[in-house]
Write a protein that binds this ligand. Structure first.
Ligand code: AMP
Ligand code: ZN
Ligand code: FE
Ligand code: FE
Length: 278
């Protein structure tokens, strides 16, 4: 079974790479990609751990681009994790994540629900290449007793349009797709069911290679719609659980939301053609 979307403690997942490998084995997965937000810090260790356990690890990432003021999550697969330009780009993304997290923490303090932002920022030095994200603010709000759970933190404070939300500064989807291609990889749009229709339709002309058809937030109609779109446009198909660790709210998707093996084979062929041109 194949799952090409999950997170570790290098971003906002709660499983360390070592714990994740055990969880993947328990769920019966054989091929996986870890797609942390704006960092590949977990990938080299996972490639080695996967080999030792007889699993196949596809190097991956989930990069946040900005289109029309809204975040667009782009998955990159088969990327060269040592690519220098990609590394420099990700350093800027990590720096902007820190800026945004500290600004959002200031807003939370002004709203009367303060959290210890310095402790959060200290967890993610440039050297660690850990990506900060809003779920960490959510956990801190839960820990400080301001909300009951992370979902309530998003609904009250952290989601787009809520009072502590600060928008991101970042590259366009076209720039991110081109960078992923230069790093030898394929770009797929993550959970397009969560995006505005206009954004999804703008992406293929921006160098998109594939569409994430299988995702826990997609119902049967989304799956049919995005598969039809991939066929019409000649794009690849990706999918996975978007697992963020045990007790992250969505853990039941591990081993349930998977990518059909035929789609995975076509993706490998597409990646081979890409690599032949890099
Ligand atoms: P960030 O990288 O700071 O934009 O945070 C994005 C992550 O926050 C996503 O990958 C989800 O794990 C989580 N998230 C985003 N929106 C929501 C929401 N409305 N409710 C719960 N979790 C969310
Ligand atoms: Zn996440
Ligand atoms: Fe995402
Ligand atoms: Fe994700």
């Amino acid at each position: 079974m194949i799952d090409l979307h999950m997170h570790t403690t290098a971003s906002d997942g709660s499983s360390t790479p070592g714990v994740l490998v055990r969880e993947l084995l328990a769920a019966g997965l054989t091929t996986f990609a870890v797609t942390d937000h704006d960092t590949v810090a977990s990938v080299p260790g996972l490639m080695a751990a996967a080999e030792a356990e007889g699993l196949t690890c596809v190097p991956g990432i989930e990069i946040t681009a900005v289109h029309d003021g809204h975040d667009v999550h782009l998955l990159g697969y088969f990327i060269d994790t040592d690519h220098a330009e990609l590394g420099a780009f990700l350093t800027r993304q990590l720096d902007d994540r820190r800026r945004r997290l500290l600004e959002m923490a200031d807003r939370l303090a002004a709203l009367g629900v303060p959290i210890d932002a310095k402790a959060l920022a200290a967890e993610a030095g440039r050297e660690s290449r850990r990506a900060l994200g809003r779920p960490m603010l959510g956990s801190a709000l839960v820990g400080a007793g301001h909300v009951r759970n992370i979902q309530e933190a998003f609904d009250k404070f952290l989601a787009a349009g809520r009072p502590a939300f600060v928008s991101r500064i970042g590259a366009s989807p076209a720039e991110v797709c081109a960078l992923i291609a230069r790093a030898g990889g394929l770009a797929s749009v993550a959970h397009p069911g969560k995006l505005a229709e206009a954004a999804v339709h703008a992406l293929p002309a921006m160098g998109l290679d594939a569409i994430e058809v299988y995702h826990p937030d997609h119902g049967p109609e989304d799956i049919a719609r995005f598969r039809a779109m991939s066929e019409t446009l000649g794009l690849g198909v990706t999918g996975g659980s978007d697992f963020h660790g045990r007790s992250s709210g969505r853990e039941d998707a591990l081993g349930r939301v998977v990518l059909p093996v035929d789609d995975y084979r076509r993706l490998i062929e597409r990646a081979g053609r890409r690599r032949a041109h890099v």
